[in-house]
Design a protein around this ligand. Sequence first.
Ligand code: B12
Ligand code: SF4
Length: 647
Amino acid sequence: MKNAILVQVVDSYGPNKFLPLAIAYQWLNALQDPDIANEWQLQDVLIEKVNINEYVDSIQHKPDMMAMSCYVWNWEYNCILAKTLKKKWPDCKIIIGGPQVDKQDENLLHKHNYFDVAILGENEIGFNEVVKNLESGQFDHIPGISIPGLITNQPVRTRDLNKLPSPILTGFYDWILSRYDDPDIMWQVTYETMRGCPYQCGFCDIGDKYWNKTISFDIDRVHEEIDWMSDRKIEYVSVCDSNWGIWERDLDITKYVIKKKLGNGYPRFWDVTWAKNNTERIKQIALADKEAGTQLFKGITFAVQSMNKPTLDATKRFNLKENVIEGAMDFYRQNDIPTYSEMIWPMPNETVESLMDGAQKLIDMGQKDFLMVHPLVLTPNALMGQSNYIKMNGLQYESVPLDTFWLNDEDNGRVTEYVDAVYATNSANYEEMISGHLHAHWLITLYYYGWGHVMMDYLNKVSDINHTQFIEMFIQSLLENPDTMIYQEHIETAQSIREVFDDKNLWGRNIDGIFWEYKSATSVKFHRDRAKLLNEMKEIVSNFADVPDKVYEINSRICADWRETYPFTLDIDPELCEILFDTASDRIEISHLDCNNIDNESDFIRVAYHYQRKNRYWRCSTQPVGQIQLHQPSQSDHYQLRVVGVG
Ligand code: B12
Ligand code: SF4
């Protein structure tokens, strides 16, 4: 028998380990062919980024094939592993596949000559053929293959997904689980109920026409697989479907998952990418989860990416109409279901001003919970990764470390992965790119991590200073106060982002040995010196706006703090209370259901500024407890329970 090693590795995130979906499909499908099943046996499956030299040294028997699944998060690791393996076992054939394999680059394998053949697209059929022809090395008749100097016809889609054996139902995953004897591992399942996406967003691999047709797995199979996840107590399911809620059956599947979770508590989280068009079904799905109290979802995403029409045109992105988004956000707020929005910066035709206008639109539409602004990266198979697109839109990019946060010191000896990140476009130069990231930094840190949330809403109501104007003036004012911690945060954040592009440093800031995402890092610093922060906020904001002391105080006290004992009450002027909380009361109670359970800073900052940052953990609830004259407080002032996931 010949020996095969399968490789699909990821960075480790604490106790989480990922079951390897793509490579399992390829292998199990190949084994359906008796010629392959009779000739090949599995020597190992590598799912973690272990030390490469030690791993290769530990291989006792000659491997005949190594099949590697390549994503942006493991490409460099795979290259080094392949090179190292080839040194020890030069005859071992190395096959690669996955989204990071460039479908157009005929020279790919010239550049990476330790790989023998690359398989493009999903192409389970191509993998079979390659394995069967491995000895002869004759691959040029197989569609969707890249060998040095040649790319054969484009791969065909896999039409009948049900013919692919399930890694779950065949016992393949059980076998992997059985190899790890550690009860603390939190297994994560990467899972598909369908493939493809009808949209064509330019920044996304799945926007390629190749993926436009959607194809589903049978529902009975899906149910059986969910049964397995529940029985095996899977914590976290990362659903790969591109548009959860696009089909009627997504509601049924959700109800099935809810039923299972109500049964034995698992799976705990069902992490999805929401559909862009069907707001009604998504509401039903979210409500089903809410009513069952299962908290399967992190929240509902409005991943608009940009609110600027010329940018949307250039990226072929379709967004819902603004009034539809507004109505939907209102619905979720009323039902106390958190929402979050995503934007990308710097995109073609976007400027710092249009980015901030877009963010303001989202806030005006009701986005009070969370906003993320991701850096624009180019991947080889997305429209934006193509040279004519890059040229046409003036994109300038640099290969920089992948923005993987939350790595700790132990991970520093690891292989750094790289991605092409855009630092200038037809509408923003390098300095403007930095400025856009800093504007986003302050908007999100102050509004969505809470440090200025109450005062920004207050000013928006009582003056003509809206949230993004506040940020503009805040930045100007902090630059005039160089002796403050706030100024220091600004400078360090700017410096760190520059060093990513200029020196290929890792994204994020190292605090106590962990690389924190920038907003989280600033929040940790602010949390550690709340009294100083309060004084500095007054100093900086008073330069451009009149904010009563009480508003500063409430803003500060409403930001959850593990050292505080909840609940407590504060006196307040009823008029101010009405402005802030829509209720004219002379006393408010501030509370937080979870914080009293935390007894150390390390746990608190992890939850508040990392795992639960998207679910407004920072925010205490407020309740009028004095003379109540008007409306009841909004339910949405209550935060969500703690969840643990990849963040
Ligand atoms: C799940 C997922 C994640 C998870 C990762 C979970 C995990 N570690 O496994 C999370 C949420 C962490 C994630 C994060 C990111 N992701 Co992501 N993610 C996906 C997603 C939704 C599914 C991937 C998947 O497993 N699909 C199911 C498998 C079966 O399909 P597949 O991957 O396409 O594999 C098929 C073929 O490619 C082929 N194949 C794969 N491997 C091999 C190997 C061989 C030998 C062969 C023959 C064939 C083959 O066969 C498979 C079919 O059988 C895809 C989008 C999508 N819908 O596919 C994006 C995607 C993979 N992510 C992408 C990106 C860019 C990111 C981020 C960089 C985003 C960001 N800017 O923050 C981060 C990076 C995270 C990090 N720093 O490590 C890009 C990747 C592009 C690339 N070149 O790798 C994708 C394609 C989405 C996109 N926008 O274009 N992601
Ligand atoms: S970003 Fe989402 S909607 Fe757009 S093409 Fe990719 S998967 Fe489809």
